[in-house]
Design a protein around this ligand. Structure first.
Ligand code: FAD
Length: 472
């Protein structure tokens, strides 16, 4: 069969790949999107963001209903139909994936289902169900994402030891679940299973869950986890897993010494690795870093000038919206624009409550010796937070003292993930604490906590007092 000639191939159809393919098509490029799975959307849509948030939403209602009794409206205990929950979650994925497929169609993006492999700097071999296809391309954007990394010692080849992929399938509700790793995936999935009724124990090797996030933002999440998980053990490492009948025997080593316990299921969520192996990159000039992530410049260009790479496979923060932004930069670079990736990337952990931040964190400022002032507004002083019975929250601003520019924002509390975008916009536009303080926010809303945090900086927030008065 004749090789296909392509102006642009996008390899991988996750939020990086399909965003790149669609944008390039919108700019008039003829695009072929190569994806090994039959469904578009990548990890985010099929095994990540979307199913995890659907499950967090569905199971979050259990806690809401329980808490409601304190407000005089009591519900009886929930009846959980796991098969129905799973099929609802799958229907959400199906609806969105179908939508992505339709959007590809409407733009004339040709989708080729198969596994891609580089034969050289300008040739891709795609293994499809119908056999091999060769594509000679002018440019390619590699958006192959990442997969769960499971240390050898924990990889038993037993389906009772799960990664996030299997945990999101909710095959059953285990009586006992050990979550290994207190990053955002471990915390979110632990929250789902604890709500479903599993006895969840979470172990984290480092000295805190959600490492890297300011400790005052983590505190409410920690409080929730301590209440709803059976146990949370920090500075604890899993040494060994072994199959014991229908259970997994787990040996851990922590501050209280060695323990050996049995669990029905173990979820290993200790990190992810790039899908850059087994891809023929050795046939190109593309370079990898020591962890296997593809090295790119500010325009997402690899060491091979017509090969771009975006998203998880390039490392940095492994988030869907970072992949989608990089997609825009790569496409603009290959049509000859001078775009550079320098965006403020917000991050959200969808725990109860949510944590969100963007720009410079207080911890980072401290580590890097950057002089900043921090203004905080506690949600216990927010009319909206109290009226929706969610006062456990905090909004904080990291401010450059001389210019009063907002360098960073952190929020913990219900809906923090929705609120953080105002911080992103402010930082992107070089906004100051004054801009935020003087912007009227609707009452009663949680967004007022952003304005009042800025007012705290000047020492005159309406609903809280601050110790220091700043010169006007
Ligand atoms: P991916 O989405 O990984 O897509 C890569 C695609 O390439 C896949 O479809 C894969 O099948 C395909 N592929 C791989 N190899 C080949 C090959 N050789 N040939 C052809 N195709 C191939 N991020 C957020 O921003 N918010 C969240 O709330 C969030 N929650 C998450 C929850 C979980 C449990 C997980 C695991 C991740 C979550 N993420 C979240 C991270 C997010 O899913 C990733 O950052 C995002 O999917 C990366 O997009 P990508 O386009 O780089 O790659």
């Amino acid at each position: 069969m004749e090789p296909i000639k392509a102006e642009l191939v996008v390899l991988g159809a996750g939020p990086g790949g399909y965003a790149a393919a669609f944008y390039a098509a919108d700019l008039g490029k003829k695009v072929i999107l190569v994806e090994k799975e039959s469904r578009l959307g990548g990890v985010c849509l099929n095994h990540g963001c979307i199913p995890s948030k659907a499950l967090l939403y569905a199971t979050g209602l259990i806690g809401e209903a329980r808490e409601s009794a304190e407000r005089g409206i009591a519900f009886s205990d929930p009846e959980i139909d796991v098969a129905k929950l799973r099929s609802w979650k799958d229907s959400v994925i199906h609806k969105l994936a179908t939508g992505v497929g339709a959007l590809a169609d409407r733009r004339g993006v040709e989708v080729l289902t198969g596994r891609g492999h580089f034969e050289g700097s300008g040739v891709l071999r795609v293994e499809t169900e119908g056999g091999q296809r060769f594509i000679e391309f002018e440019n390619v954007i590699v958006a192959l994402g990442s997969r769960p990394s499971i240390p050898k010692a924990l990889d038993l080849g037993n389906r009772r030891v799960m990664t996030s992929n299997e945990a999101l399938e909710v095959e059953m509700i285990p009586e006992s679940l050990l979550v290994v790793g207190g990053g955002y995936i471990g915390m979110e999935m632990g929250t789902v299973y604890a709500a479903l009724g599993s006895r969840v124990v979470l172990v984290e090797a480092l000295d805190s869950i959600l490492q890297g996030i300011d400790s005052d933002l983590v505190r409410p999440v920690l409080r929730y986890a301590k209440e709803h998980f059976d146990e949370l053990r920090i500075r604890t490492e899993v040494r060994k897993l072994a199959t014991k009948g229908k259970q997994i025997e787990v040996t851990t080593d922590g501050t209280d010494g060695k323990t050996t316990e049995l669990y029905d299921r173990v979820l290993v969520s200790v990190g992810r690795r790039p899908n850059s192996d087994d891809l023929g990159l050795g046939n190109t000039k593309v370079e990898l870093d020591e962890r296997g992530f593809i090295r790119v410049d500010g325009q997402q260009r690899t060491a091979d000038s017509n090969i771009f790479a975006i998203g998880d496979v390039t490392g940095g923060v492994l988030l869907a919206h970072k992949a989608s932004k990089e997609a825009r930069v790569a496409v603009e670079a290959l049509v000859g624009e001078s775009s550079i990736f320098e965006a403020v990337i917000p991050a959200v952990v969808f725990t109860h409550p949510e944590v969100a931040w963007c720009g410079l964190t207080e911890t980072e400022a401290l580590d890097r010796g950057i002089a900043v002032e921090v203004a905080k507004f506690p949600w216990a002083a927010s009319g909206r937070a109290i009226s929706v019975d969610k006062p456990d929250g905090l909004t904080k601003l990291v401010i450059e003292p001389e210019t009063e520019r907002i360098l960073g924002m952190g929020i913990v509390g219900v809906g923090a993930g929705e609120l953080i975008s105002e911080g992103v916009a402010l930082i992107e536009m070089g906004g100051t604490a004054r801009d935020l303080a003087e912007t009227v926010h609707p009452h009663p809303t949680l967004s007022e906590t952003l304005m009042e945090a800025a007012e705290m900086f000047y020492g005159h927030a309406t609903h809280a007092t601050s110790r220091q008065k700043r010169k006007q």
